[in-house]
Design a protein around this ligand. Structure first.
Ligand code: NAP
Length: 264
């Protein structure tokens, strides 16, 4: 029998907003900065309890304080993500802290840029360790329990450059293209058990992580119809939509939030 006591968020057909995610337990990887922090803030504003994960304690404490000041409930879980053991430990820590995880956002990621011939195997392993292996084993640890409860939502953060070839972005794009396929595979695997799995594909977005790129980010954004970079909040709105009951009939979708870049 399906337990509907803790449906992921609100009810289908209800307008978004308010505290329609009250009671929802969310885990956001990379929740201490940029898109992840904006997502954690947005979940908390809608009433969810949020576990924010990252490596840096100071950033973690700052994120929790900012969420608390906005009236939300959050906790920082320190985790250096690189593969199975770190992912399973984080998932177990989130369950220990909040009792269960209803919503998982696989957001933490690295986005190196550079020529293929200068990439080392260690670079390769670091990118795939964080961008692919960690989400894979977070899902392996958390999705079965969501499926047993009959509800849950997983949102993967990919990138526009998983959809087209860009010089210097092959390794990064390939790691996120793997996550695109996993999104669809997990939708097929867990969707029939009430767990919706979707992804957002951001285009160039102003965050702490992209700040060092300076004007190059604005330049990259000119290729899309919006002709500007996005904000972390614009990406977070799409993530929260896919995690909430407002998207109750959406499974296995990759939602471009990229100013139209992959459309043209
Ligand atoms: P960001 O500001 O650099 O934040 C990255 C987050 O990930 C931080 O919370 C960081 O926390 C955490 N993190 C980094 N390495 C980690 C590791 N090894 N283990 C655990 N946590 C780690 O990044 P962002 O720009 O918001 O990007 C977030 C996601 O969006 C990434 O997956 C990225 O690929 C994707 N994306 C971004 C853009 C963009 O233009 N910004 C575009 C497309 C896709 P600590 O440093 O404390 O660990």
């Amino acid at each position: 029998m399906t337990d509907t006591t803790h449906a992921p968020a609100g009810s289908a057909g209800q307008p978004p907003g308010g505290r329609d995610m009250a009671g929802v337990k969310a885990l956001v990887t990379g929740g201490t900065s940029g898109i992840g922090l904006a997502t954690a803030m947005a979940f908390a504003r809608r009433g969810a309890d949020v576990a924010v994960a990252g490596r840096d304690e100071q950033r973690g404490r700052r994120a929790v304080r900012a969420i608390a000041e906005a009236g939300g409930v959050a906790d920082f879980l320190a985790a250096e993500l690189h593969g199975e053991s770190s992912a399973r430990r984080l998932a177990q820590a989130a369950v220990a802290r909040f009792g269960r995880v209803d919503v998982l956002v696989n957001n933490a990621g690295v986005f190196p840029f550079g020529p293929t011939e200068r990439t080392t195997e260690a670079d390769f392993d670091a990118v795939f360790g964080l961008n692919v292996r960690a989400p894979y084993f977070l899902v392996a640890e958390l999705a079965p329990a969501m499926a047993r409860r009959g509800h849950g939502a997983i949102v993967n953060v990919t990138t526009a450059v998983a959809a087209y070839g860009a010089a210097g972005l092959g390794l990064y794009g390939a790691s996120k293209a793997a996550l695109v396929l996993l999104t669809k595979a997990w939708a097929a695997e867990y969707g029939p058990h009430g767990v919706r799995v979707n992804a957002v594909g951001p285009g160039p977005t102003r965050t702490e992580g992209t700040a060092p790129r300076g004007a190059a980010l604005e330049q990259a954004a000119l290729a899309g119809p919006a002709r500007r970079p996005g904000t972390a909040e614009e990406i977070a709105d799409a993530i929260v939509f896919l995690a909430s009951e407002q998207s109750s009939f959406v499974h296995g979708a990759i939602l471009p939030v990229d100013g139209g870049r992959v459309a043209v």
